[in-house]
Design a protein around this ligand. Structure first.
Ligand SMILES: [Zn+2]
Ligand SMILES: [Zn+2]
Length: 594
């Protein structure tokens, strides 16, 4: 045997093999193979941010190790890679780059600009996945913005609607006033912030009632006052009425055992909607809904003279008026938990708007059952999914008021208002661009207005287990379904793992995946979360250029148990690099003897 060279350039060698694997089709899945057992990896399609960070390195290395292991054990491994393209960050970036607002250009033109924009980031991320040495089958690559992909998403929408698992209705939803769109519970981050607690005097017969609130701007939407039935201080007021300051509205004083006796004055202002507790109270006691805040985060006509003001502005004006009327009796700072938009950190509002929903709450126990039956690595991570599913109070709000997303395939008859869903043969369709075939079944009119709402990007990315397998076009798609393995970080169990599960259960009555592999987060060398602002951030290209992909992968392999956060340390990567050199030298020594 020819002896191995003494000097070796690992980086050059890695790049050589990356090229050869692709040229030879080494990792192609064989669709026709009937002999080997199949193994399918549900690779999560990332949002192409253009940044393949060390957390991605950890994530991809995990499931690539599984894919390689299974291949070596004789499996026919299906290992695709997709890109989850749609979303608000791209819209914002395109607006900035072109100096336009999305409403300045026709929607299809804006969409094309977004597509061009995202392609450059896909190229960067694809290069990184290849450079990491992932054994992806690139013949299976896809983009969620492709018409073919959107057709499948829209088809699943039609099927779920036929089964009454998707409906349109008016319900309270989380609303980001900055992004001007509905957002799902999974997109609301909880943050502790210091706010103000104001004590306000309400009128009652023969006196006044002091109520503490953090949201005085919602006073015009007060629909009831709640006191605890066991509260000796206020019990006698139950059944009476209170007069809301500034508006003069009379509202009932009701018994509500959800009132926290120790908070503020022990009396609760119930308004529509200051928070989720209000939503529950309104439903429980059949209270009216005053629509105070609109989709732009502005006060509606219900706010009287505060109409047209933003929420903050209205708060200041209302506080000034309360003080002027002598009704503001106290003010204190208060640390409280605030729901904020995950994309822009703006505090969310709860508004009641007509939206499209998926009936996910009805499927909670099925999700729990599936989570209990499948295999988790590590096992205790299953409770993250179970607890999340059980914590959800609302159905999944699917509609978004954006542009760069999969359109909801529906129109409304201009004459009678009837809803006209697309037919499967009409898909994919953007109802803003294409009119439906034929006339309205109700009134015969041929004129329609499009549904302008689009779908949550999680609706795109939560059907990958079936789509990877070939649904709906391949007759044999169930050979690859459920996915053998789904893999993601523990931070997105509540989104990725949950949405995949609930969606596939709804469509196919079966678990989406048979096993889940969970990785932790990558921490900086100082043990804190890696972030650019903390100065402990390391970019993956820097690691690859210095010590190569194998050394980085060895850091992952040796870095800690599944599900646990691991710190990034250059010394670990250097150790991997030295180890590889030793291995090379040992092989070289052996090769001389052969
Ligand atoms: Zn936002
Ligand atoms: Zn009609």
């Amino acid at each position: 045997m020819r002896s191995l060279p003494r000097k070796i350039d690992f980086l050059q060698m890695e790049e050589k093999w990356e090229g050869l694997w692709e040229a030879r089709g080494t990792y192609r899945y064989d669709w026709d193979d009937e002999t080997r057992p199949r193994f399918s990896v549900d690779t999560p399609p990332p949002y192409p941010s253009g940044d393949f960070h060390m957390g991605n390195v950890l994530n991809w290395t995990y499931f690539d190790m599984v894919a390689r292991y299974k291949r070596m054990r004789g499996h026919n491994v299906h290992f695709p890679q997709g890109w989850d393209c749609h979303g608000l960050p791209t819209e914002v970036a395109v607006e900035k780059a072109h100096g336009i607002r999305r409403s300045d250009v026709p929607p299809d033109r804006f969409r094309r600009l977004c597509e061009e924009w995202i392609e450059q980031y896909i190229a960067v991320m694809k290069r990184a996945v290849i450079r990491l040495g992932c054994s992806v089958d690139w013949s299976l690559e896809y983009r969620t913005m492709e018409p073919e992909y959107m057709r499948k998403i829209q088809l699943s929408f039609l099927i779920l609607r036929d089964r009454d698992l998707i409906y349109k209705g008016e319900h309270p939803i989380n609303w980001c006033p900055r992004c001007e769109t509905a957002i799902a519970d999974a997109e609301v981050e909880r943050e502790r912030r210091v706010g103000r607690l104001y004590t306000v005097a309400f009128g009652i017969d023969g006196g006044e009632l002091l109520i503490a609130t953090t949201r005085p701007e919602y006073i015009p939407a007060c629909v009831a006052v709640g006191v605890h039935p066991g509260d000796g201080r206020h019990r006698h007021l139950i059944g009476g009425e209170a007069t809301v300051p500034l508006t003069g509205r009379r509202v009932p004083i009701i018994a509500d055992d959800a009132v926290d006796l120790g908070f503020g004055t022990g009396v609760l202002m119930i308004c529509t909607y200051g928070d989720k507790a209000d939503v529950l109270a309104v439903a429980r006691y059949g209270l009216p809904v005053v629509k105070l805040v609109d989709g732009k985060g502005e006060m509606t006509e219900e706010a009287g003279r505060y109409r047209g003001m933003g929420v903050e502005e209205a708060r200041e004006a209302i506080l000034a008026d309360l003080a002027g009327a002598g009704l503001l009796r106290g003010e204190a700072s208060l640390e409280q938990e605030v729901g904020i938009c995950w994309r822009c950190d703006t505090p969310i509002e709860i508004v009641s708007l007509e939206q499209w929903f998926m009936r996910t709450q009805a499927l909670t126990e099925e999700v729990v059952k599936a989570a209990e039956e499948i295999t988790w690595y590590p096992g205790w991570m299953r409770y993250r999914l179970i607890d999340w599913a059980r914590s959800l109070d609302w159905d999944w709000v699917l509609s978004r008021q954006r542009v760069f997303a999969t359109p909801i395939p529906a129109w409304y008859c201009r004459r009678c208002g009837a809803l006209r869903m697309a037919e499967p043969e009409e898909l994919p369709v953007d109802p803003k661009v294409t009119a439906p075939r034929g006339a309205c079944a109700g009134c015969g009119s041929a004129e329609f207005d499009p549904e302008t709402d689009v779908l949550d990007t999680w609706f795109d990315s939560s059907l990958t287990c079936a789509i990877h397998a070939g649904w709906p076009d391949r007759g044999d798609w169930r050979r690859l379904f459920p996915s053998s393995l789904h893999s993601s970080g523990h931070d997105i169990i509540r989104t990725w793992a949950y949405y995949l599960m609930v969606r596939h259960l709804a469509l196919f009555g079966e678990t989406a995946y048979s096993a889940v592999l969970i990785n932790g987060m990558v921490l900086g060398s100082d043990g804190r979360k890696m972030s650019k602002s903390l100065g402990n951030f390391v970019a993956s290209p820097e690691v690859f250029e210095k010590h190569g992909a194998d050394a980085a992968r060895q850091w992952v392999a040796a870095g800690g148990g599944t599900g646990f956060d691991i710190p990034f340390r250059w010394s670990d990567v250097e150790y991997g690099w030295r180890f590889m050199r030793k291995l090379w030298n040992a092989c070289r020594l052996a090769s001389i003897q052969l």
